[in-house]
Design a protein around this ligand. Structure first.
Ligand SMILES: [Zn+2]
Ligand SMILES: [Zn+2]
Length: 278
C-alpha cells in the first residue's frame, strides 16, 4: 500500500519529523510513502513558509533543497526496512503562479508534484477561518464555476502529476450551502476529466474527507464521471498533518477505487508514473 499525501512539520500546519513518519510507515507495513509538504507562493497571503528546527523560514529554492537532502537521507536509511520514501510537494495553485513556481522548483529532483486549489481570489476556501469570507459572496454555481476554471488552468499549466482533493470545496461547503454543493455540472466535470487524460494528470483519492465529513474526496458522483470519461490514473493519499493519521483510510480508498472499476493506482519516480496493481 502507498500513501502519497503526507505533511511533516516542515509544513507550518503539520507536526512530526520525517523519521517519525517513516518509523510509523514501517510499523503499518506501508510499501511506499511520498512526503508532500505545502508550497504556497501567493505574495498577497501570509502562508509562504517552510519550517526547519522549530523555526519558520520564507519558502525558497534553498529551503526545498534542504528538504530534498533530508528526504534523500531517509530514502537510504529506510530502504533497509523495505520502505520506499519519495520526495513530493503539494503546490497551492493560483492563476499566475507559474514563473515563481518554475524558479523555486528549478533543478530540484522531485518524484511527484501534486497540484491543489486551496484559494480562490486569494481566500483559502478550505480554512475554518476563511471559507465564509468567500462563500458569503458567492452562490453555489458561482463558487463551482470559479473553482473548476481554476482546476482547468492548473491542468493546462503542465506543472503537475496529480490533482489533490478535487472537491475540497465541500469540506465547509456542505455545512454552508447544503447538498447543492455536491452537484457540479456534469459538463464541467467531463471537460476536466478529458483534459486530465489529455495532459496525463492523475486524480487523487484523498482520505482526509473521511475524517472531516465522512466522505472521500472525490465524491462517488465525481469518481463515476472520471471513470466514464476514461481517466486512468489514480493516486491515493491520507493528507495527514500528524503521524497518527498516516495511512488512515488507505485500504478503504483502494476498495473505493476498485468499486468504480479501477484496477491500478499510480506511484511516481522522478515524475514518471508507475503502475501498481490493486
Ligand atoms: Zn491540500
Ligand atoms: Zn495536503
Amino acid at each position: 500500500m502507498i500513501d502519497y499525501h503526507i505533511h511533516t512539520y516542515h509544513s507550518i500546519d503539520a507536526e512530526g519529523t520525517i523519521k517519525d513518519y517513516c518509523d510509523r510507515a514501517v510499523r503499518l507495513d506501508l510499501d511506499e510513502i511520498c512526503i508532500t509538504n505545502h508550497c504556497e507562493l501567493d505574495p498577497s497571503r501570509d502562508d509562504s513558509w517552510i519550517r526547519f528546527d522549530g523555526k519558520k523560514h520564507p519558502m525558497t529554492r534553498l529551503g526545498l533543497k534542504r528538504l530534498e537532502n533530508e528526504i534523500i537521507e531517509a530514502k537510504e536509511v529506510y530502504k533497509k526496512s523495505g520502505l520506499t520514501v519519495k520526495f513530493g510537494l503539494e503546490v497551492g495553485y493560483y492563476d499566475g503562479i507559474e514563473s515563481q513556481l518554475e524558479e523555486i522548483t528549478h533543478d530540484i529532483d522531485f518524484d511527484f508534484i501534486l497540484g491543489s486549489i486551496h484559494c480562490l481570489n486569494h481566500v483559502c476556501i478550505d480554512s475554518s477561518r476563511e471559507h465564509a469570507l468567500y462563500f458569503s459572496n458567492h452562490t453555489v454555481p458561482g463558487l463551482l464555476g470559479n473553482y473548476f476554471i481554476a482546476i482547468e488552468k492548473l491542468i493546462k499549466s503542465k506543472f503537475f502529476d496529480a490533482i489533490g482533493h478535487i472537491d475540497v470545496y465541500k469540506k465547509y461547503g456542505l455545512e454552508f450551502y447544503g447538498d447543492q454543493i455536491q452537484n457540479p455540472s456534469q459538463e464541467a466535470l467531463q471537460k476536466v476529466f478529458k483534459l486530465m487524460s489529455e495532459y496525463d494528470i492523475a486524480l487523487e483519492i484523498n482520505t482526509a474527507g473521511l475524517r472531516h465529513i465522512n466522505e472521500f474526496y472525490p465524491s462517488p458522483t465525481i469518481m463515476k464521471c472520471a471513470r466514464e470519461q476514461g481517466l486512468e490514473r489514480i493516486t491515493i493519499g491520507s493528507d495527514c498533518h500528524k503521524v497518527a493519521d498516516l495511512g488512515k483510510g488507505i485500504m478503504e480508498a483502494t476498495h473505493y477505487a476498485k468499486s468504480f472499476g479501477f484496477e491500478t493506482v499510480y506511484g511516481f519516480d522522478k515524475r514518471k508514473p508507475i503502475e501498481i496493481r490493486i
